[in-house]
Design a protein around this ligand. Structure first.
Ligand SMILES: [Zn+2]
Length: 334
């Protein structure tokens, strides 16, 4: 079965963002379609000044924007697509003449891009969902981030807390797909990736390294068994379609969880069996599931699977991604 065979060939039409909950706080990670308009449609949707900033990457004159001195509590939305971008909680007076924030509403909602225009090297910020230009981010901001997100008022629609019920319709999660993540290690990651990808409700699987103590590990380094990292997969799934418990059931079936620091012909701690839990809920379910499996007596030996909190997941080199899809072959498991 090849559920997402063509996904690598086209640009991903979906984006992972956080929408606003009714109380104005960021909601869970969700996957939704990118907001796409033709140039003509953008010209119709935006006024000429907004178009100049959002679509032609213009900058409004300093001290002229309407939101620079806005001090009310509330949320700042993208004028282009209604995605919540900044909260008044992170707004500060920078004296630059543009609205300034030290962090976004949600990291996922802002894209960064190197910008070398006008003979300067700057980092442009764009809306993750509609790709509109918003401004730039600089490293001379206040604590706790040290960042200064410098915005054009024209790119933002501000709603005070008292009016958040009138938030742009696009900013509410009616068409969005909820997503959650889970990370597993079960020996050579090629086969594990391929097996998880076949499960309906699984949206994406990437292979990588996690659970160790080195940054940006390479395959070669992980092979030495000195990084502490395991070959692992990061599964993105829709919890309305497949539950974490069902993913655990699949995980137990696709390898032998009684083999310590080994899986079939592959030896070393990088091939250990592990569940890297994303939160306390996953930890509890994983521990219960492991105990239940031991109780069934399906295996003659005890299950040795490690259950530990997820740490940074380092994606593996591109040639390891979708390895069987690219190279043919089945499972490298016993
Ligand atoms: Zn947008």
């Amino acid at each position: 079965m090849t559920f997402f065979k063509h996904k690598t060939l086209v640009e991903n039409p979906d984006v992972t963002v956080r929408l606003m909950k009714e109380d104005g706080s960021p909601g869970p990670l969700i996957q939704m379609a990118k907001f796409h308009l033709t140039d003509e449609e953008w010209q119709n949707k935006l006024n000429a000044d907004q178009y100049q900033v959002l679509r032609a990457k213009g900058t409004e004159p300093a001290f002229c924007g309407l939101l620079t001195d806005e001090k009310e509590n509330g949320i700042y939305f993208c004028v282009g697509c209604g995605l919540p971008l900044f909260s008044s909680e992170s707004k500060f007076h920078s004296g630059t003449g543009w609205p300034s924030f030290f962090k976004p509403f949600a990291q996922e909602n802002i894209m960064e891009k190197a910008d070398a225009s006008f003979g300067m090297v700057r980092t442009e910020i764009l809306c993750s969902r509609c790709g509109s230009h918003l401004g730039h981010v600089f490293t001379d901001g206040p604590k706790p981030t040290g960042l200064r997100y410098c915005l054009n008022s024209l790119a933002l629609k501000f709603l005070p807390s008292s009016l958040l019920t009138q938030a742009p319709k696009e900013a509410l999660a009616d068409t969005a797909v909820p997503i959650e993540k889970a990370a597993f290690a079960a020996g050579c990651f090629w086969g594990v990736e391929s097996d998880f990808r076949k499960i309906p409700g699984v949206l994406d699987v990437i292979v990588g390294y996690t659970g160790g103590h080195t940054d940006k590990p390479t395959y070669k380094e992980v092979c030495t068994d000195k990084t502490g990292h395991a070959e692992a997969v990061l599964v993105t799934y829709n919890p309305d379609k497949v539950t974490f418990i069902q993913l655990l059931d699949a995980f137990w079936l696709l390898h032998d969880p009684t083999q310590f620091n080994r899986q079939g012909p592959d030896y070393g701690s990088q091939y250990r069996s592990a569940i890297f839990t994303q939160d306390a809920g996953q930890k509890e379910l994983a521990e219960k599931s492991k105990a239940a499996l031991n109780a069934t007596g399906r295996f003659k030996k005890p299950v040795v699977t490690e259950i530990s909190p997820a740490t940074h997941f380092w994606p593996a080199e591109e040639y390891h991604q979708r390895y069987f899809e690219k190279n043919g072959g089945g499972s490298c498991h016993i």
